[in-house]
Design a protein around this ligand. Structure first.
Ligand code: PMP
Ligand code: GLU
Length: 395
């Protein structure tokens, strides 16, 4: 009954682990869920007020497929003000979250058999989305010693005749690594030699950056037209449930994305978009205070993790994930539960520590597990205590 396309589609590990944690909690278990990358803050009040007003003013009908012109203008203004990038509103397509932005870009850019390079570890949805576009995936493994960053040299060594795109997030989910300007400059320079290769630059964690300086590869004029800048409202403004994101790219590709979206979902929710303008223009102070909270939480989780013997840590510079290597526990067991993979470890920690996390295998890093620290300091402290106690039981 079900198509091979969907049968072969891998379920999102982040959403699966979040559901398991939610179900266990609903059954009465005292679960601390650090599985989902979702800020625990409420959406700033000023954004909610803007949505209510927009609704009362009758913004309830279909909008242009690419989004309200006023929102696209506000996005262009944001890209200029915060990133020094020039785009015109007809280069922007607003969609249902950065996830749909990636899907729109892959469907519009990748022919069946085209190759996409994905530096690993990578976010769980990149590969399934590219596979839906029938692209060939080339994973480009990076190491903790290189801070999980792919150099221009490493990427170039993996480029072939068929390579059409590279996708990465910076700041990165799951590693927290951040590409600095000189690293992006080298990649941009290298790509001048490969005029068919596009960059899908996922900048959804732009503001959650502990280096305090976000850099986009779109800053380099020679390849700007071959960049699809992906961003959204979920993380910086704590608007995960509003489902708003966008792409900014060259006009031809923007029009293709708009055509695709027009057949699949039309434009996004109308009154959300009006509130999106407020988010972009009037919440700098709120964003700053949420980022400061994440910075403190990062210290709390790293402190907790450092107390646990046998794990290796990198130092995340952005996003809100810790991604420890727990492979020294592989082969150990407790009460018949043997840990052989990162998913086994994530299930063990959920069952025994009552803490939700996600195994690294779907991030192409089977030695690691991912904890989101978008939770209160108290929850993070308690969670780390429980994880430590659970790991001590493994023999
Ligand atoms: N990219 C990355 C790297 C993510 O972690 C996420 C998860 N929020 C997304 C894209 C999608 O975000 P959304 O669809 O909520 O905008
Ligand atoms: N991106 C977040 C995460 O990695 C939210 C869930 C999802 O869309 O994957 O946890």
């Amino acid at each position: 009954m079900i198509t091979n396309r969907i049968k072969n589609l891998h379920e999102s590990a982040t959403l699966k682990m979040a559901k398991l944690a939610r179900d266990l909690k609903a059954s009465g278990r005292d679960i601390i869920s650090l599985s989902l990358g979702e800020p625990d803050f409420d959406t700033p009040q000023i954004i909610k007020e803007a949505a209510k007003k927009a609704l009362d003013e009758g913004n309830t009908k279909y909008t242009a497929v690419a989004g309200h012109l006023a929102l696209r203008e506000a996005i262009c203004h944001k890209l200029k003000r915060q990133n020094g990038l020039e785009y015109s509103p007809n280069q922007i397509v607003v969609c249902n979250g950065a996830k749909q932005a990636i899907s729109n870009a892959c469907m519009s850019l990748l022919n069946p058999g085209d190759e996409i390079l994905i530096p690993a570890p990578y976010w769980v949805s990149y590969k399934p989305i590219a596979q839906l576009a029938e692209a060939i995936i080339t994973e480009v493994p990076t190491t903790v010693e290189e801070n999980y960053l792919a150099s221009a040299k490493l990427l170039e060594a993996n480029i072939s005749e068929k390579t059409r795109a590279i996708i990465y997030s910076s700041p990165c989910n799951p590693t927290g690594s951040v590409y600095e300007r000189h690293q992006l400059a080298e990649i941009a320079e290298m790509l001048e030699k490969y005029p068919n290769v596009f960059v899908l630059s996922d900048e959804i964690y732009e503001h959650i950056n502990y280096l305090n300086k976000h850099e986009s590869i779109a800053q380099f004029p020679k390849i700007k037209d071959r960049v699809v800048l992906i961003n959204g409202f979920s993380k910086a403004y704590s608007m995960t449930g509003w489902r708003m994101g966008y792409t900014a790219t060259n006009l031809e590709l923007a029009q293709a994305i708009e055509k695709f979206q027009g057949q699949v979902t039309s434009g996004i929710c109308n009154f959300n978009q009006i509130a999106g303008i407020t988010a972009l223009e009037k919440t700098d102070a709120e964003v700053k205070s949420m980022v400061e909270a994440f910075r403190k939480r990062k210290e709390v989780i790293m402190e907790g993790l450092r107390e646990i013997p046998g794990i290796k840590l990198n130092n995340p510079q952005g996003a809100f994930y810790a991604f420890p290597d727990i492979s020294s526990y592989f082969g150990k067991s407790y009460e018949g539960k043997k840990i052989e993979t990162s998913s086994d470890m994530a299930m063990y920690i959920l069952e025994v520590a009552e803490v939700g996390c996600v195994g690294g295998d779907d991030f192409a890093a089977d030695k690691c597990i991912r904890f989101s620290f978008a939770a209160s300091e108290e929850q993070i402290r308690e969670a780390m205590k429980r994880v430590k106690a659970a790991l001590e039981k493994l023999q």
